[in-house]
Write a protein that binds this ligand. Structure first.
Ligand SMILES: *Cc1c(COP(=O)(O)O)cnc(C)c1O
Length: 420
């Protein structure tokens, strides 16, 4: 069991809500920093270990700066994410650019920043060469297809649009070497929100094998292995968090068995985890607008799917607590809903909660990654504010809520002819 606790009391939240109306997301700085340190401690045996935080998980400059202070890099997949990372102070190889179906200008921007460019497809070599030239350091994203590692299921990589196939990968490196690349990385990512520890050890085995093969077949010494993101978090109180120390020591064993004897040490190991870093440390705080009693009982919130898509999109579980009622028995069954004209705009279905009343605050847990970031404006819903609960207990606005003016900003209200 992992207990789902909120670092703020009902009274504190009510005070915050006077200044910043609900809904809002609040991130816990201290917990994020502690978590980052925990991740780095677990992999301290790796020379040059880094987690390149996946910007898409939480694209907020203040959060990115905190992570930079904790020695993290970033993983970007688009031009805006690259520019946001630059603004947050990241540069050079602290930035990994893992994109797909990439436009030429994005390769150019990644090259300008000195980012590690991670190619998703062999057809991208030409686009990269034309837009930015051949960089000294190049990486490929590997998709193993049917080559499952060990006996652990790794999803259906064959169905994934990402990565260079098993038949293409050796040739891809040969081509880049012939074109003048001098330094090489290798990347994979074929899982998401994976809670099985062994999976990540098997991923390391698969990549280490390929690193050895690249040395033997093309005399290429890979210096950087990127295990991707996808480490899951325990959304449900009954889920078990991954054991990073177990994963790390399993990888270390393989490193000693496979990498060191081949003279490939030091090999830098990095990750691109987003969810693992900030996911558990963001809370969507909302207020009950109405309790509706129809064929079922509904708790109608002032937040909606535009603030958090995961339940509606994937049927994902997010824990819900009612501040001040944490210790009351969960005797009532509710659907917890938003206000979109979409029947899947539900944060929870048949959820057992204490008796919920109008104006109660409601906390939706584990919304620190892929929460705000996936927001949208459907039904004219405006995106919420993002707040930071700082180390010293104060609260800082790190992104204001959208206004109607923001919503209207891209529209043309007059009929002036368009001059092309
Ligand atoms: C989404 C993504 C990540 C981050 O995934 P998490 O589940 O947040 O760890 C990392 N790398 C790539 C290439 C991704 O697409």
């Amino acid at each position: 069991m992992n207990e789902k606790k909120m670092p703020l009391s009902k009274e504190q939240l009510e005070k915050i809500a006077v200044k910043y109306p609900t809904p809002f997301i609040i991130y816990d700085e201290k917990a994020i920093r502690n978590n980052a340190r925990h991740i780095y401690r677990a992999f301290s045996w790796v020379k040059g270990f880094k987690n390149h935080f996946a910007v898409k998980a939480c694209p907020n400059a203040t959060i990115l700066k905190i992570l930079r202070e904790e020695e993290m890099g970033v993983d970007c997949s688009s031009l805006p994410e690259l520019l946001l990372s630059e603004k947050a102070g990241f540069e050079g190889e602290d930035i990994v650019f893992t994109s797909n179906d990439t436009p030429a200008e994005e390769f150019a921007a990644a090259a300008r920043l000195g980012a590690v460019i991670n190619l998703d497809d062999i057809a991208h070599i030409e686009t990269l060469e034309k837009s930015a030239g051949i960089p000294e350091l190049i990486s490929f994203r590997y998709n193993p297809g049917d080559a499952r590692t060990g006996n652990v299921l790794i999803g259906e990589p064959r169905e994934a649009k990402y990565g260079v196939t098993r038949d293409q990968i050796i040739e891809a490196y040969r081509v880049m070497k012939a074109k003048g690349a001098k330094r090489f990385g290798l990347h994979t990512m074929v899982a998401s929100n994976e809670l099985e520890d062994k999976y990540f050890i098997e991923t390391a085995r698969m990549l280490f094998k390929l690193v050895v093969k690249l040395k033997q077949e093309c005399n290429i010494k890979v210096e950087l292995v990127n295990m991707g993101g996808g480490i899951g978090i325990p959304y449900h109180p009954k889920d078990k968090a991954v054991d990073l120390n177990y994963i790390s020591s399993g990888m270390q064993d393989l490193y000693r068995q496979m990498i060191v004897p081949e003279g490939l040490d030091p090999l830098k190991i990095v990750f691109e985890c987003g969810r693992l870093v900030t996911g558990p440390h963001g809370y969507l705080v909302s207020k009950v607008r109405h309790i509706a009693r129809k064929y079922k009982n509904y708790v109608g919130l002032d937040a909606c799917m535009a603030n958090l898509m995961r339940p509606g999109l994937y049927g994902a579980y997010h824990h819900i607590t009612i501040p001040g009622k944490e210790d009351l028995p969960n005797k009532n069954l509710y659907d917890v809903t938003g206000s979109l004209c979409e029947n899947n705009d539900k944060f929870a279905i048949d959820r057992a909660l204490p008796l919920v009343e109008k104006d109660d605050l409601v906390v939706i847990h584990d919304t620190g990654a892929h929460g705000y970031a996936m927001g949208f404006n459907y039904n004219g819903k405006l995106r919420s504010a993002e707040l930071l609960l700082k180390d010293d207990g104060s609260v800082q606005l790190i992104r204001r809520a959208e206004t109607i003016d923001d919503y209207f900003a891209t529209l043309r209200f007059n009929n002036a002819p368009v001059i092309v």
